[in-house]
Design a protein. Structure first.
Length: 663
DNA sequence: TGCGGCGGCGCC
DNA sequence: AAAGGGCGCCGCCGCA
């Protein structure tokens, strides 16, 4: 393996425009490249004013794998080395990403974070950020600082990055061949990109700026200038407290507890409660207070800022946003994540293609939008993603895949009975309600129970999910549902316990395998100071690094629990160790369910061309209009075909054709 | 001015 | 014997 790292400079703002635009920008150039061959330990530091050393050329040409941390960036920069500096081409399949390797090992994706979490002595040089600011970013006049000494420092820094990368690669397991292929597939999807309706996004951004200003003016007026934007949550909170006093009913409604600490929040749910109670005259307040809460509600239609991001991130020429997907970005479950333009949390409730085009037309004419403008714009987000001229989207999602995977993994009679409901095409939510003795009319309760309770969630999980479906229950009522669901789904309760026991046994008896349903745990004592491996069919592996059994103080007293390092919890800057978390049965159940569903997604993606996006249980293909009927049929067949390693798991999907992303 | 922490949003 | 958790981005705010 040849491990490389580039330092570069550019007038392009990497963070704002994304690495694809950065690499293609004409002002982007290489400052230096460091390389290390893991076979020979040979190291090179190359500057663009030098010839490419013969030995380095040889190492590049003969490497089995060329590895970089976040290799998609280095792949793009490497093209500059090929074009401008005569470097040899590297075949796509040879590229390898050490950040992806970190993620499949469930350690942080960032290079220094990974070294920190692993407890390595080899760490990145802290002067890097300073050097990048000096040498990589343009000065106000657009030119770059040329400084021999700093450039030498930059070379040191670059070489140290390669050394740290090497240490991290050696301290963790390599990606399996399949993981590597799946990573390469992600690169392919990222390079294809998704097309943005540029004119629509531009208009939407324009209208949202105008509307937010209008909201701001009203807020300034009501609060005498204390609050100048709807997003100033702290100022709005303080203004309300000053106006109403600590004991006012509205302030009481705002109380939330975070890790035992009382805070005042005005999030969507709380705003709705407040506005409802005012509406029903359960609370009497003056109009100013109501208006402020209402204006906050109007302005906080999420993610209208995404239009701005779309325009920044897309390629200037073809208007495609590239590099949106991260293979195994969620390191607990190896699900994909999305970055830059976050395609994984676009508002689902949106306009149809016809409606979107009507609104686009109105905006293009400069007509005012009627009704709740921010709401209208927010419902345009998904439809702003479109197929290219002559193309169309084919979109498929699996029907309640997690609700099927969980019972399948449990490998139990009760789980089989649950799967049978799916196999017979019955409504699983009605069946759940019936089983709980609630009658068919209680489908909503059955649905919330099925969605919220499978992973050991209790009253809080049930009620917060219930709110999303307009269901209101007291804690006592909710507890009743929880109890009934657990007694009618004893297989799930048993599975949580089995998973926890198997995981604990695995840690107690290293290198021995312990099973819970279709899930196997194995503790590898030599891997990252002890890693709990969770093994499933389909070559699916998830990891719990530095797992151990330890006494943990809980509100029920001291208990022996599994704890492990948690990649996504970044410690504060002055902390010595990476953060850990407790692990319990319900969490294990959730992790392996999501991980297995993600494996089914990757299995399908592997067999598909023309993928432009995926969202956990959904696949988006962009294909020529004429071939779409065939593609539609094939996609359904592929998605409904259970992989050989998941026999007995019923999968259904009904892909549809879309002129715009959305409905 | 830059950065980390925090509150907030939304999806699966 | 209790437990939703997996994500990423935006904007504000206080601090260095």
């Amino acid at each position: 393996m040849l491990i490389i790292d580039f330092e570069t400079r550019s007038q392009c703002d990497l963070k704002k425009k994304g690495s694809s635009n950065y690499c293609l920008d004409p002002s982007t150039d290489i400052l230096c490249m460091a390389a290390l061959c893991t076979d020979t330990e040979s190291k090179w530091l190359w500057y663009p004013d030098e010839e490419l050393p013969q030995a380095l050329r040889y190492a590049i040409e003969n490497a089995d794998l060329v590895c970089a941390h976040n290799a998609e960036f280095d792949m793009g920069i490497y093209q500059i080395a090929v074009t401008d500096y005569g470097f040899p081409q590297i075949p796509k399949q040879k590229w390898y990403c050490s950040s992806a390797q970190c993620r499949v090992n469930a350690i942080p994706a960032g290079l220094d974070d990974a070294a920190w979490a692993l407890g390595l002595k080899t760490r990145k040089y802290s002067k890097g950020a300073h050097l990048i600011k000096k040498l990589s970013m343009p000065r106000p006049d657009g030119t770059f600082l040329e400084d021999e000494e700093l450039l030498i420092d930059m070379g040191d820094y670059c070489m140290q990055d390669v050394i740290v990368t090497t240490a991290v690669v050696r301290a963790t397991r390599p990606m399996t061949q399949m993981e590597h292929q799946d990573w390469l597939k992600t690169v392919e999807v990222n390079q294809r990109g998704v097309l943005i309706d540029y004119d629509l996004a531009t208009s939407a951004l324009d209208y949202s700026d105008t509307e937010q200003s209008a909201i701001a003016i009203k807020l300034i007026d009501i609060t005498d200038g204390v609050v100048t934007r709807h997003s100033q949550s702290a100022r709005i909170r303080d203004w309300l407290v000053a106006r109403l006093g600590d004991d006012h009913a509205i302030i009481k409604l705002m109380e939330v507890y975070k890790e035992g600490v009382k805070k005042l929040s005005l999030d969507k749910n709380i705003r709705r409660n407040i506005l409802n109670m005012i509406e029903n005259s359960e609370i009497i307040v003056d109009d100013d207070v109501r208006d402020v809460v209402q204006l906050l509600d109007d302005g906080n239609k999420s993610s209208v800022a995404k239009f701005k991001r779309m325009l920044e991130m897309c390629d200037e020429e073809d208007h495609r946003v590239r590099g949106a997907f991260v293979f195994a970005g969620a390191s607990q479950t190896l699900r994909y994540t999305s970055r830059g333009l976050q395609l994984h949390n676009m508002r689902r409730d949106c306009w149809s293609a016809d409606e979107a085009e009507h609104i686009a037309h109105l905006m293009a004419q400069g007509e005012p939008l009627e009704g709740d403008v921010m709401e209208t714009l927010s419902k345009l987000l998904r439809p702003a993603i479109i197929p290219a001229q002559g193309n169309i989207f084919v979109v498929g999602d699996w029907s309640s895949i997690e609700a099927r995977v969980l019972p399948w993994l449990s490998d139990s009679d009760g789980g089989d009975a649950k799967l049978q409901i799916f196999k017979e095409g019955k409504d699983v939510y009605i069946e759940a309600a019936k089983a709980m003795g609630l009658g068919e009319s209680s489908r909503q309760i059955g649905k919330v129970a099925e969605l919220a309770l499978g992973y050991q969630g209790g009253v809080n999980a049930f009620n917060s999910m219930a709110r999303n479906y307009g269901l209101s229950m007291s804690d006592a009522e909710a507890q009743g549902v929880v109890d009934k669901w657990r007694s009618t789904n004893a297989w799930a309760v048993r599975f949580w316990a089995e998973l926890e026991q198997a995981a604990k046994d695995a840690i107690s008896f290293p290198t021995k395998k312990f099973h819970a349903g279709m899930v196997t745990y194995l503790f590898a004592p030599d891997m990252m100071e002890g890693t709990l491996l969770c093994l499933m069919e389909g070559d699916t592996i998830i990891q719990y690094p530095k797992a151990k059994l330890e006494m943990v103080a809980t509100k029920f007293g001291d208990r022996v629990q599994i704890t492990a390092l948690k990649a996504s919890l970044k410690p504060k800057a002055d902390a010595k160790q990476w953060l850990r978390t407790s692990i319990y049965g319900g969490l294990l159940a959730e992790n392996c369910t999501q991980a297995f569903a993600a494996a089914i997604l990757r299995n399908a993606l592997r067999q598909l061309d023309d993928v432009v996006a995926s969202v956990h249980d959904e696949i988006v293909l962009e294909v020529g209009y004429d071939e779409s009927p065939t593609v539609l049929k094939n996609l359904q067949q592929l998605m409904e075909e259970t992989p050989s390693w998941a026999e007995g798991l019923p999968l259904t999907a009904e892909p549809v054709i879309m002129r715009r992303y959305g409905k």
